[in-house]
Design a protein around this ligand. Sequence first.
Ligand SMILES: Nc1ncnc2c1ncn2[C@@H]1O[C@H](COP(=O)(O)OP(=O)(O)OP(=O)(O)O)[C@@H](O)[C@H]1O
Length: 586
Amino acid sequence: MRRFAFPLFAAAMLLLPLAPVPDFWIAQGCTIGLYSLVTLGLVLLTGVAGLTSFGQAAFVGIGAYSAAFMTVKLAASPWLALGAGIAIAVLAALVLGAITLRMSGHYLPLATIAWGLALNYTMANMDWLGKYDGLIGVPTLTLGRIDFGTGRGLYALIWAFALVAALGVQHLLDSRPGRAIRALKSGSTMAEAMGVSTFRYKLVIFVIAAVLAAVSGWLFAFFQRTVNPTPFALGKGIEYLFMAVLGGVTNVWGAFLGAAVVKLVDDQLQVLLPQLLGTSGSFETIVFGVVLVATLKYAPDGLWSFVERWLPAGRRARTWGEAPALPARGKPAAGQPLLEVQAVRKQFGGLVAVNDVSFDIQAGELVALIGPNGAGKSTTFNLITGVLGLSAGGVRLRGESVGGLPSREIAARGVSRTFQHVKMIPDMTVLENVALGGHLRGRSGSLRAMLRLDRAEERQLFAEAERQLQRIGMQDAMHEMAGNLAMGPQRLMEIARALCSDPSLLLLDEPAAGLRHKEKQALADVLRQLKAEGMSLLLVEHDMDFVMGLADRIVVMEFGTRLMVGTPAEVQASPAVRAAYLGTEH
Ligand SMILES: Nc1ncnc2c1ncn2[C@@H]1O[C@H](COP(=O)(O)OP(=O)(O)OP(=O)(O)O)[C@@H](O)[C@H]1O
């Protein structure tokens, strides 16, 4: 929902109890608000970061049982119970997340099913939690003299929580940590190369989603006034995911829409279907199953995508005009040793992909690494950038050994890179994609972002991103969605993103691959200009002609070994290089 629409929506939802609407509507509204809190967490977790969780209902249970146990058994303050519920949910999320979030593919969803079941059975088998009967007699929620009751007062509180949470999640997504979170979906390689600790951010959003679910559970206990294990079972976890997918799992407002549609349609179907079929049963589950399959096939972005089409497109206001520049890294003087690649080796089983290759780069130099297909160029590139571990040898950057460090540590030391197959966040603007490159130059964390205390730093990051886009002549495209760009501009955008980290060394992996002649020329101009500005570059390239007019020195590889190092003229004159490219003996 565009910025102006939020206050309208919030006012409408919060003022509803003042209108003469039936109590039934209010009760429905309470449930929708409670569901929305949980699905908001799923938007972050599943929609934005691509981490599928079936287990959120268990965190709802943690919040609900904390409320019921502390108020019924210990006669404690409900607000103390909120603190306890959140603390337990955070602890559980940290432990479960630490164990499961490193899993990928289908292992993570399976793990969420496992812990969803385990937590639910734990609740159902504890004597002190009332086993399957649960805990009854939960008092109404009070704050000082205010009694929220179970009707309009509680409705207002539930929606206040839901709206504040929505605003927090929306703020988070539009921030430095938010860009890192949005990068998680396309795998960890690009995000790590920008200096993002992908595991840390996965854990952060896992904890946030758990807290939102626990708050929903805490409110649910005072709404229902009784707590038992059934609403926190695996089936409900699946239903939450269904709501998020149906509404639009990538969008904060999809969470609300999905929760509302499922709740309202479910109620109608429960009445209508038995009447139509002349027999009782949970037939609505079958209908929802069919709807889910149809949604995944025909509206994978959920119902919200249809609503969004009717909303005016917003463009980020350019508020960073006066922002002070970010601090810059001290660069080595031209001619100083910058990168030393010392006899690096990489073995994949029996295959030696890179065999004791050595070369160096001095500050201000443009060195190209070329060779025929399968020569080992990309592997060498990945060894330098920390994507692959070394089997032997060493890499030194400005005299410091960086061989074996993870790629984000190498990025932190001033090496930035682009990718052979462009890696970007297609549904983010060019400017935001480039600002991700400045991740390590900012400090704002998730809490600051949610509270909107990060704006000064955000302005600095956007000013820097715009400066880098200007540098490569792409400032006019900054508000475009990155996914709409042609291949040439996408590759230039990746260069701007790498420059945004203020690197000492820029590594480009086959930047000319797949480009048309004109695009290649534009790229060559940009690289020439960067070199003239004093940037040090390593270019891995398959296209020999492309590098001839650009490079100071060329390293030629063949069959994993270094064939020669020389100036473009020397390389061009070498019969061995010609033979390597033509595939003949030499
Ligand atoms: N992860 C891997 N596991 C096994 N073998 C690999 C792996 N990555 C690369 N190789 C092999 O290592 C050799 C070198 O591959 P590499 O991709 O580094 O070559 P390249 O010079 O970059 O080639 P291209 O120009 O085709 O990208 C190839 O034989 C390749 O099949």
